[in-house]
Design a protein around this ligand. Sequence first.
Ligand code: MSP
Length: 657
Amino acid sequence: MKPKYYITTPLYYPSSKLHIGHAYTTVAVDTMARYKKQRGFDVKFLTGTDEHGQKLERAAQEAGTTPKAYIDEIVNGIKELWPLLDIENDIFIRTTDDYHKAAVQKIFKQLYDQGDIYKSSYEGLYCTPCETFFTELQLKEGNCPDCGRSVEKVQEESYFFKLSKYADRLIKHIEDNPKFIMPVSRRNEMLNNFLRPGLSDLAVSRTSFKWGIPVEFDPGHVIYVWIDALSNYATALGFMSDDDSNYKKYWPADVHVVGKEIIRFHTIIWPIMLMALGAPLPKQIFGHGWLLFDGGKMSKSKGNVVDPNILVNKYGSDAIRYFLMREIVFGQDGNFNNEVLVQRINSDLANDLGNLVSRTGGMIEKYFGGAIPSEQTPTEFDKSLVEMAESTCEKVENHMDKMQFNDALIEIWNLVRRSNKYADETSPWILIKDPDKKSELAAVLYNLSEVIRIVSILISPFMPRTSPAIWAQLNMNDSEILTWDKSKTFGLLPKEVTVSKGAILFPRLDIKKELAELEILGGGEPSASSEPAPKKSKQEGSPAKKEDDGIIAIEDFFKVEMKLGEVIECEHVEGSEKLLKSQIKVGGQMRQILSGIAQFYTPEEMIGKKVALVMNLKPRKMMGHLSEGMVLAAKDDNGNLSLLSVDKAVDSGAEIS
Ligand code: MSP
């Protein structure tokens, strides 16, 4: 029987569009799940959405709709995003699912019946965005210590959970199980900052709002969102339901992967809930760091969201997955930056891996008409290459078993680079000139193909699209030799390797051009030539909230000066596939404006068009050309773009209002 492996992401709040920081957790978990599957485990990978709480109730109210309708739309977007990143979760749980709600009510009732939950009244401070209670002492400068936003005074009747009763048992468990909280720094933080100073009992119900799971025996109360959300890891397997066969099979979780700011809930509240319920504790909670953007946590509230949809559409999911797993040490914070992304794609994917595959295939094609002859004579350079190739898998496994994704990739890339060096050392382009060296040349190309096979297996949990693309190009059709364990043995490919021409795996990118395009797409950090993204003031629950949700006052609208212009001249911008440069007449003046519309309009089509313009945008340079305004266009979800114009004869220079 296969050993089981149960791994989870946190449940995402459907309160905002998911950004590349959320994708980071999910890609890491997907990579781990794929790796374990390949190593023969019976894997369950859970993700989902955390859909209750005051924050969502308020957001729905402000949107003029019901919480469920508000959330459904966002959850659909989340469900569409994951396949785009090739996330293959086995379970998607929504905390609004009926089976989950029923199980949470049973959990609450059991804890109440056995005396671990009791009724009292609560007076304290609550951070609604974080859905967390704090004491005065825990606040930082009077604000939430986690997100920095203001807290609200709350006074209401509440049920309390006796965390304190279980604190000593939990401390002992953490001390006896050094891998329970990883990395070690987070373990020490939980012990020293939270557990050893002593735990207070936790308020676990609310009466001031309705959007939650009602306490079955006291329906004026809804269950605290963290009790509701944390339970998902077990309820998703059927815990507290009529059919708990999956719970019996897969629980306890092998690892809950969570961001560092929510490790406290997962290593204190959740284990104590399980202890109180008499259920086994998860084997590990791994707290990873944050993807930082300009040194701050990436979040919508800071106005610096990076949209994974844009990045995946532009570079493909494998490049984004590779970047996230390679660039940041799992457990530490790391900076997200478009330039680093594009450079990494160029150096590691286009130059190292892409080049190895394309030069090997190209040489087999050129020197042997697409098929390596079976007569092969080893060269003096083979031994060290073969040794390295056969030992890489074990090193990768050691790193993967500790969730050190970046180290695993570094090992694989050492082999890729060593293989490119082997190609240089053996110099097939010189061997081909000597007819007596034909069998050596055949051996060199065979060895390169064999390393590519090994690499293609090792990268497959990280880059699930690239491996099959490589197999297609080198006609590696025998799935028997493409399993994980077969990456430990060199020489399994049949000697007569044949090739089929395929597309370049990772085309080299022009960094300047990419950065300019990313800026236009709004997919990343603004360059020095443009305005920084406006920083939004985010005080959830305060009067500033309206602006935060994208509503602006009429005075703000009037700040935008819009006019009708007539395109007099238009041409492509050299080095850009997207940009057109237009000279536009606006009344008595001329403006030069660059627009990312070259895929939709030819320069000839543009000439003579009347277009809607934003006149008072700060001028900025794009690809070395000054742009003094913006041409307005409508773009739909299918990528169709159409310029905005007028439907009656109006002179250029006319005001648009
Ligand atoms: N709903 C809770 C989790 C409940 S689990 C029972 C929650 N949701 S969240 O949507 O705010 O965050 C989900 C995960 O995304 C968290 O692990 C969080 O750390 C992670 N990230 C959000 N922004 C991130 C970055 N900028 N970088 C890395 N991870 C980030 O918390």
